[in-house]
Structures are given as structure tokens and as C-alpha cells.
Design a protein around this ligand. Structure first.
Ligand code: URA
Length: 435
């Protein structure tokens, strides 16, 4: 077996055997297969795709490339994963809701990627909050509070770490089998009994069309099922940023407000559907019962109390919940005004993500520091009526970026029409239950 033969097979759309896939993953992790040959294979996969069997084999080989852990929390463990979006702070809302309903959420999360944000960066905007905790402490916290959110340790799925970095540099990210194996290998290696996947679709997501999002959702659910996990995928809209805040501390504040009962409609609906499905996979009752439980966890204040408990257990200052001045404050801001009368028809998600990156909310390189205060608050969203000169958003930063030039670019993020759209996009498009 040689890597040259395997690349040639895939280039001609021939199925790879389980042995060949295992051999490639092991060889790439050990360093015996160099980046340039792995890149060629990844590009061949982008063009010729993988069969269901090959995708499952790749996922399992990647999952087994490092430690396979199982948090022994004494309960049913549910995990949630988003394929990546802009303004997506749902983990900060959903994990406390589910924990408040008595289901354990041991969650390992990632940092921001490209124009999309990451839960770990958001949580680190809370003064004192530690995301790098030992596995023992992580499990202990879940046993105490029902939830913990930590960064993934280096020994988990090293194959994904290496392959993802290579995909990022070789324009091979947006392939359905490669995204499926990347996400599901991490979920399978962290031992969740139930997995709820939020598959984003639209301009701000890796999947731009509904058809591709559905294919990805089906592939992930199938792999989860084959691995013996209860798996549900929810396809949700990412044609515009989720909620009204983009940026790290700004999104944490929006999540806290959501748990106080003040969520924008789109954010509330996605969060409640995800929480409902997590409770459902944990066997908490019918979908209707689970939805009611999730709503009550918010209205009773129990979910907010869970967030506070998690912040305290991970070294953060829980006072941020009552007083937002405990967060670092932005040094500069700039208001943005509507350029015409009418209705907002679109807010480009990808452009919003890139602008928040320029303001300092994300990393331009792996080594860049994040400005936790940077980001955007939207006053207006898709479907809203606006008058020329009315404020539509505010930009925030503490970096030395050229905020005036960024504001000029940002004005192009909005599009308008003279008449109201009677059929706005549905925020939750489909729920696929894999068992
Ligand atoms: N998120 C991941 O973890 N992997 C991908 O390939 C895409 C999104």
C-alpha cells in the first residue's frame, strides 16, 4: 500500500478500503505521510466525495487517533455541536437549560474558526473563567452542577487537529464527508450518549444550500447511529447573524439576557429547539413535554442559576450576571445609520463575521490575541422597517483598528427594499431524528 496509489484511486473515484483509510489516518498523524500528499488526497475527496462506508471509516479512524474518553458523571450525557455560525451563542443558553432539567452536559468546545466565533473564546471574556481544566475537574464539575464547558485537550482526536489545519490552508474545508468526519470524530471521542447537531445553512455557514446542509445532517446522524449514539440534527438558518450581538463579551451578555427572558425571537427559538431535542434524546418525555420543561427552566430562573454555578465552578466571577460592567469595557464605538427608507432584506452573515474579525473579536492568525470587548450590536434585523438616518447598529473595539474605514464597509452589510416581505425565512428548517 502506498499513499501515491491511494491518491490515484480516489482521483478516479474508486472506493478506498477500511484498511487503506486506517493506514492513511495513522500515517498522517505519525508524520510518515507528508502534508503535500495528504493535501492531494483531501482535494481528491473534495471533488469525488466519499461513500457512506468510507465516511464512517474515516470518522472512526480519526476518533481512535487519540484518547477516547467517557465522562463518568453517573447520568446520561448529552452533547451539542454547531457546524459554525455568526452570533451563535446557543451553547451558553442551551447547556444551562438542559442542566437545569436534570440532564448532564459535559461539553468540550472549540475556538473561533475563520469568520465564525467559538464558545471557548466567548467564555474566556468572563473575568477569571478557565476553559483549560483537568479532565478530573471537568467531570467533578458536571457531577456538581450538571454542566461544564472546557477546551478540547491536545490528546483528543489529533488527526482532526492536523487534518483541519491542513484543510484550512488548502481550501478543502467545505466538503461534506470531511466536515462530517471532523465533527463526529470529536463527538465520538468524547463519549456522549446523546448528540444534538445544529447544522447551519446560509451565507454565514459552511453549507450554503439547504440540499448540502441536509446531506451533511443525514451523514452525521447516520455515523452517530452506526456508532451506537442517539443522534439528532437540527437544520437552522444562518442567512443573517443569530440574535442581535456578535463578539465575545457582547454575546455572553446576550446569552445572559436570554436566560433572563429577554432573547430576540430567532435566538430564543433555535435555543429552545436545541434544548428540547437534547432533553428528548435523554429520554425526558415527548417533544412537547421537553419543550415545556425547557421553557420553564428559563421562566423559573433555574437555567440562569445553572449558568452562574458553572461560572463560579470554573473560576469566573458570577457577578457578571447582575452587573455587566464587570466585563472589560470597549474603548471606542461607532454608530451606523440607515442609508435609505424601507425594510431590511438582508444582513450578510459572512461580511458581518469578517468585520467583527477586523474589529478584533476573532483571530486573523492562530497566534493573534482576541479583543473580548470588540463586536457589533444590531438595532435592526431582517424584516424591520427603517428610516434613512435611523441607527441600525453600533460597532465596538478596544484595538487600534481603523474604525471609520470598517464602518464604511459595514454599511454594505445591510440590504433594503421598499416593500415588506410577507414570508421571512424560517429559522428552524428541519429536525432529523436518527433513532
Ligand atoms: N467544524 C468542525 O469541527 N469541523 C469542520 O470541518 C467544520 C466545522
Amino acid at each position: 500500500m502506498t499513499i501515491y496509489e491511494i491518491i490515484t484511486k480516489k482521483k478516479h473515484n474508486v472506493e478506498l478500503s477500511t484498511e487503506e483509510i486506517n493506514w492513511v489516518v495513522a500515517g498522517y498523524v505519525s508524520g510518515s505521510i507528508p502534508d503535500y500528499q495528504m493535501s492531494a488526497l483531501l482535494m481528491a475527496i473534495c471533488f469525488c466525495s466519499l461513500s457512506d462506508r468510507e465516511t464512517t471509516d474515516l470518522t472512526m479512524a480519526m476518533a481512535r487517533s487519540g484518547d477516547m474518553i467517557k465522562p463518568e458523571t453517573g447520568g446520561f450525557n448529552v452533547d451539542k455541536h454547531s457546524t459554525g455560525g455568526v452570533g451563535d451563542k446557543t451553547t451558553l443558553i442551551v447547556a444551562p437549560i438542559v442542566a437545569a432539567c436534570g440532564v448532564c452536559v459535559p461539553k468540550m468546545s472549540g475556538r473561533g474558526l475563520g469568520h465564525t466565533g467559538g464558545t471557548i473564546d466567548k467564555l474566556e471574556s468572563i473575568p477569571g473563567f478557565k476553559t483549560e481544566i483537568s479532565f478530573e475537574k471537568f467531570v467533578e464539575n458536571v457531577k456538581k452542577a450538571g454542566l461544564a464547558v472546557a477546551g478540547q485537550t491536545g490528546s483528543l482526536v489529533p488527526a482532526d487537529k492536523k487534518i483541519y489545519a491542513l484543510r484550512n490552508a488548502t481550501a478543502t474545508v467545505d466538503s461534506i464527508p470531511l466536515i462530517c468526519s471532523s465533527i463526529m470524530s470529536k463527538k465520538l471521542a468524547t463519549g456522549a450518549d446523546g448528540i444534538v447537531l445544529d447544522v447551519k445553512v446560509g451565507d454565514g455557514a459552511f453549507m450554503k444550500t439547504y440540499e448540502d446542509a441536509e446531506k451533511l445532517a443525514d451523514a452525521m446522524v447516520r455515523v452517530g447511529k452506526l456508532a451506537g449514539r442517539k443522534c439528532v440534527a437540527v437544520i437552522t438558518d444562518m442567512e443573517k447573524p443569530l440574535g442581535r450581538a456578535v463578539g465575545n463579551s457582547l454575546e455572553v451578555i446576550e446569552a445572559i439576557e436570554a436566560l433572563k427572558g429577554n432573547a430576540p425571537d430567532d435566538l430564543l427559538e433555535v435555543s429552545l429547539v436545541l434544548a428540547t431535542e437534547m432533553l428528548y434524546v435523554a429520554g425526558k418525555g415527548s417533544t412537547e413535554d421537553c419543550r415545556k420543561m425547557a421553557e420553564e427552566a428559563v421562566s423559573s430562573g433555574k437555567a440562569l442559576a445553572k449558568l452562574s454555578e458553572m461560572i463560579q465552578l470554573q473560576g469566573g466571577n458570577p457577578e457578571v450576571i447582575n452587573d455587566y460592567t464587570f466585563f472589560a469595557q470597549p474603548k471606542r464605538s461607532k454608530e451606523i445609520f440607515a442609508s435609505e427608507d424601507g425594510f431590511v432584506t438582508g444582513i450578510s452573515c459572512e461580511k458581518t463575521g469578517l468585520i467583527s474579525l477586523k474589529l478584533g473579536a476573532g483571530r486573523e492568525t492562530k497566534e493573534s490575541d482576541i479583543d473580548f470587548t470588540a463586536g457589533i450590536i444590531f438595532d435592526k434585523t431582517v424584516g424591520d422597517k427603517v428610516s434613512k438616518g435611523e441607527r441600525i447598529a453600533t460597532l465596538y473595539t478596544s484595538t487600534k483598528c481603523d474604525i471609520d474605514a470598517i464602518a464604511e464597509d459595514f454599511a454594505k452589510v445591510f440590504t433594503y427594499t421598499a416593500t415588506e416581505n410577507p414570508c421571512p425565512e424560517k429559522i428552524v428548517k428541519k429536525v432529523i431524528k436518527g433513532y
